[in-house]
Design a protein around this ligand. Structure first.
Ligand code: FAD
Length: 154
């Protein structure tokens, strides 16, 4: 299948990009694999327009629905390979192969997590990686801050 744009990632970055490309008359495909960082977020209060906040899972679903409603093709398929070809890019997923003139990578980033067994279970439920996002939830509570020392070699 051929597209003008393939976007890898259905989080806020990928879906936002797809809204612009699709509305700009570019046939757009969004591919995603599993959870985005957003889905792990229990409650988001620092985003405009949600008077009682919104769960990350709901915001993620809303984004995908919003893109689909304007005609973006959104598929849950992991991208395993991208090759450069004369027409642009050959994108291989776990299920299909696609050709596109443009590929946008919106695959999020990995947290530099401390090696603590089972820590994932508590992400969004007391363990936080974003002081600006979640500091407010812990106001007047006892918190522990883990700070990793950076070593720079110049
Ligand atoms: C616990 C927690 C709490 C947070 N709380 C807040 C908050 O309160 N407020 C706030 O503003 N932000 C919060 N954040 C941060 C916010 O979730 C991220 O900034 C945001 O989700 C980043 O968006 P993104 O689109 O760049 O990446 P992501 O949302 O991580 O999306 C990445 C996408 O790429 C896809 N992907 C990756 N590799 C592949 C592949 N090979 N093939 C196909 N798809 C692939 C994934 O499936 C996913 O759809 C929180 C994050 C966490 C983890």
């Amino acid at each position: 299948m051929r597209y003008d744009v393939i976007i890898i990632g259905a989080g806020p970055a990928g879906i936002s990009a797809s809204l612009y490309t699709q509305r700009g008359n570019l046939k757009t495909l969004v591919l995603y694999k599993d959870k985005s960082s957003l889905e792990k977020t229990d409650k988001i209060e620092n985003y405009y327009g949600f008077e009682n906040g919104i769960s990350g899972e709901q915001l993620y679903k809303n984004g995908i629905n919003q893109a689909q409603n304007i005609g973006v093709d959104v598929q849950k398929e992991e991208v395993i390979k991208i090759d450069i070809i004369s027409e642009g890019f050959l994108v291989k997923s776990s299920k299909e192969e696609y050709i596109s003139k443009v590929v946008i990578l919106a695959t999020g980033n990995k947290k530099n997590k401390p090696k603590i067994k089972g820590i994932e279970k508590f992400e969004g439920k007391g363990v936080s990686y974003c002081a600006i996002c979640d500091g407010f939830f812990y106001r007047n509570k006892s918190v522990a801050v883990i700070r990793k020392r950076r070593v720079c070699n110049f």
